[in-house]
Design a protein around this ligand. Structure first.
Ligand code: ADP
Ligand code: MG
Length: 313
């Protein structure tokens, strides 16, 4: 776990809005999202499928344009039009690991090419042989054999393919990795191995993670802080323990109620909470981002703030 007391802000997202399509087909996938990610921490972004998590990740990567707000990386605005130098810096320092290792690797390319491709942009000084050598080292770093460099993706299992994806991200020595549901598509038996690998790499290299997941069960153990997103709105944000123990937004509370309990008796007696967005009356009073407990933010109206603050008295 990172020491977040020093709190050097690496990424500052302010009032971010991201829309798809235009005219009648215009759809706002992310609305007014604000959060900061501290250097060295694991920042969890959790929400059900379709809530806008990947969209946020892709906007930070500059793959997707933004329609409002700012994304500030190390003090510089990186959304919209930026200089070539800054673009190059972002391409090198921010990497993404994808959800589906079956779909995210180019089947026709050799592993050495897949892993070293990113170097062609950011390390033009390297020869083909030097890139190959770095690819072999990156494979070793993620627990694979360097010999795998000359093979093709279809020869590997899901877990191995995800390690190849991690090697591909690592090779450019990133500072910030967006891990987009990196274990969701993997067999239960190998999920822990991939998580341990990510944790080890963070420890060794001081990498900052934005870790995306659709449920809280794993998130609570790996994240320093967690943001909860519902249909494009970030509804709650707090340190992981604080969020689990003192959740205030009813959507967060429903996610927590769905976490499987290790004790079968408690699991059977567990009450699932369902979340109905119609419970909010925001017709008169629009919800605002409020700090209801120290460093614990919730999207709510004033009357909700008063009621939810009493939950843990
Ligand atoms: P998540 O990663 O949380 O599952 P996404 O960010 O992929 O969610 O998607 C958020 C919303 O944006 C969804 O409603 C999805 O259907 C929509 N969306 C995603 N990609 C596109 C696209 N290329 N064009 C139009 N809508 C999209
Ligand atoms: Mg997604």
């Amino acid at each position: 776990m990172a020491d977040t007391t020093q709190k050097e802000v690496l990424l500052d997202v302010k009032n971010l809005e991201i829309t798809y399509g235009s005219g009648k087909k215009k759809y706002t996938a992310v609305k007014n999202a604000s959060f900061q990610i501290y250097k060295g921490e694991t920042f969890g972004l959790v929400g059900e499928s379709g809530s806008g998590k990947t969209t946020i990740g892709r906007a930070i990567m500059r793959i997707l344009p933004t329609s409002g707000g700012e994304i500030i990386y190390k003090g510089e605005k990186i959304n919209g039009k930026i200089s070539k130098t800054l673009d190059k810096k972002v391409v090198q320092e921010i990497q993404m690991i994808f959800q589906d290792p079956q779909a995210s690797l180019n089947e026709r390319a050799k592993v050495s090419y897949i892993v070293s491709e990113g170097l062609m942009n950011v390390r033009k000084d390297l020869s083909a042989a030097q890139r190959e050598e770095k690819a072999r080292q990156a494979l070793l770093d993620v627990g694979l054999l360097p010999e795998f460099a000359s093979r093709f993706p279809h020869e590997f299992s899901g877990g191995q393919r995800q390690r190849i994806g991690i090697a591909r991200a690592l090779i450019v020595e990133p500072e910030f990795i967006i891990a987009d549901e990196p274990i969701s598509a993997l067999d239960m038996s190998i999920r822990a191995q991939v998580l341990n690998l990510l944790r080890k790499l963070q420890k060794e290299r001081g990498i900052t993670y934005m870790f995306i997941a659709h449920d809280l069960s794993v998130m609570q153990y790996i994240s320093d802080r967690i943001a909860v997103i519902h249909k494009g709105d970030i509804v709650e944000l707090a340190a992981a323990d604080e969020l689990i123990e003192h959740a205030m937004h009813p959507y967060t509370r429903s996610l927590i109620s769905a976490i499987p309990m290790p004790d079968p008796i408690r699991e059977r007696g567990k009450k699932l909470l369902t979340y109905d967005p119609n419970m909010h009356d925001y017709s008169v009073e629009k919800p605002q981002w409020r700090e209801l407990r120290p460093e614990h933010y919730v999207l709510c109206s004033e009357s909700e703030a008063a009621a939810w603050s009493k939950l843990y008295e």
